[in-house]
Design a protein around this ligand. Structure first.
Ligand code: PLP
Length: 473
């Protein structure tokens, strides 16, 4: 007797829900046919039909004489995106020109936040930071109300220098200047080492914040293609430096934005010496450096610097509190120019926020927080890759980062243009960052960046499934 469709569907829907919420995990044995038939008061035949449906959805697999198991998903088989092309100097477009409505989209209420590169605030130590803010305000009182003199609050600079020294960088407390986020640090670095009209070597695709700074400071971008695995290819960078006169190199060597790539140690060392040999200042943003999924924290470029030519920029934005806007720069031999630019630009960095962060670093527990954050981000990135694998068209390529929380997706030929995809996604209440934002030239029109900073939930699975549907159309 054929089973009544609603019954087997009810059972398969129930199990699919358990799989998507993680109640049943990859590799788990699904309750047996006998048990489910008793629990749902249906024939074993009906349960078998439910399993057939789950098998067709690639959610479970039968193992001979052992039962049904939740499948390990196919995300491991997603191929990596291909590198782009080398591009000569160009002035980047303004964000609003590249993507009309960019800032409006950021404010859209109730959006599923797959666009902005920020960690979910649920993952951040809000109570502890609140307690420490109250404590420093009480203990240090009026001393935190004045302009904090350059180069920034000594207690925080000491903690930053201590952590960098532990990685082998020759940076002392005196060599750290605190800033309003890493973006100010990069802006100051560029001001210190370039003049309007100069060209700067950048990654392609590369962080749009850097491209916007180049535009704002009248600079041109020389783009060098990167792979999602190893980031900037030093040989290609050297070739570009031979071809074009560049006044600086800007790179995100560890878990870059948007590719999530990690430059191997040898490549980092080679890039530092190639720039030193040409006397080209090397600006690094290390904002994702503390976020490897496994193993040791990768070394920043400044750990290889011997002559003060590396301007190391970072912040607490991706690990503690993007809203505090607290970052720093270790400007090496360009410290006088950087301090001059900092004074001109913002005079000082808010003292009370620096003091609270210094207290957190001093108290201990920061490394424990980082370990928990890394575990959470690793899981979120994996879940996002699984969701992409199950709902995007064949031929889609996705990066496989070893840290951070950003994925780079390249759609197959014939799929929708990324700017159009972003527009349609917004209509469905979903934000993404389309590929063309990450280049000064037209390009990456079939790519987008997906940010996995927030704890994964069924709403994100549904959003990725919607994106998959939209990009076919
Ligand atoms: C590579 C990189 N550098 C710098 C920044 C800016 O960081 P902050 O928010 O601290 O200014 C970002 C933010 O997305 C980033 O991805």
């Amino acid at each position: 007797v054929p089973p009544r469709p609603p019954l087997n569907e009810a059972i398969s829907d129930h199990l699919a829900r358990q799989i998507s919420t993680g109640a049943l995990k990859p590799g788990n044995r699904v309750p047996s046919v006998r048990l489910l038939s008793r629990r749902f008061k249906v024939s074993t035949n009906t349960v078998l039909h439910a399993f057939a449906r789950l098998e067709a959805l690639a959610l479970v697999e039968a193992r001979p004489r052992s039962g049904y198991y939740v499948r390990f998903r196919s995300s491991d088989a997603l191929p990596a995106p291909r590198p782009g092309h080398s591009r000569g100097p160009a002035v980047p477009l303004a964000l609003g020109e590249r993507l009309p409505g960019f800032f409006r989209a950021m404010r859209q209420p109730g959006i599923v936040p797959l666009g902005a590169a920020a960690p979910g605030v649920e993952l951040l130590p809000a109570q502890r930071l609140g307690r420490l803010l109250a404590k420093v305000a009480r203990v240090r009182g009026a001393s935190l109300l004045g302009y904090d003199p350059l180069p920034g609050l000594p207690v925080l600079r000491r903690q930053i220098a201590r952590r960098l020294a532990a990685l082998g960088a020759s940076v002392s407390e005196a060599g750290v200047v605190t800033t309003v986020g890493a973006i100010e640090a990069i802006a100051l670095a560029l001001r210190a080492v370039t003049k309007p009209g100069d060209a700067v070597l950048v990654e392609s695709p590369g962080y749009f914040g850097v491209l916007q700074l180049l535009r704002a400071q009248g600079l041109q971008a020389v783009e060098v293609p990167c792979t999602s695995e190893h980031g900037l290819d030093v040989e290609l960078a050297e070739r570009a430096m031979k071809r074009e006169r560049v006044s600086a190199v800007v790179v995100v060597p560890t878990f870059s934005n948007p590719l999530g790539s990690l430059m191997p140690l040898d490549a980092k060392r080679a890039l530092v010496s190639a720039c030193a040999a040409r006397e080209v200042p090397l600006i690094e943003s290390d904002v994702y450096g503390e976020l490897p999924f496994e193993g040791e924290r990768p070394l920043p470029l400044v750990a290889f610097d011997r002559d003060g030519g590396v301007l190391h920029c970072s912040s607490f934005s991706k690990v503690l509190a993007p809203g505090f806007r607290c970052g720093w720069i270790c400007p090496g031999r360009f410290q006088p120019e950087v301090e001059e630019a900092k004074f001109t630009q913002t005079v000082a960095t808010p003292a009370v926020l620096q003091a609270a962060l210094a207290e957190l670093l001093f108290e201990g527990g920061y490394d424990r927080h980082l370990r928990a954050l890394r575990r959470a981000l690793k899981e979120q990135v994996q879940k996002a890759r699984e969701a992409l694998a199950s709902s995007f068209p064949a031929g889609t390529r996705v990066s496989d980062p070893r840290g951070g929380f950003l994925l780079w997706v390249e759609l197959p030929r014939g799929a929708v243009d990324a700017i159009e995809l972003q527009r349609r996604a917004l209509e469905h209440g979903i934000s993404i960052a389309p590929g063309p934002l990450f280049s000064a030239r037209d390009g990456f029109s079939r790519c987008f960046r997906l940010s996995c900073g927030h704890p994964w939930s069924p709403a994100f699975d549904r959003a990725v499934a919607t994106l998959g549907r939209l990009c076919r159309a």
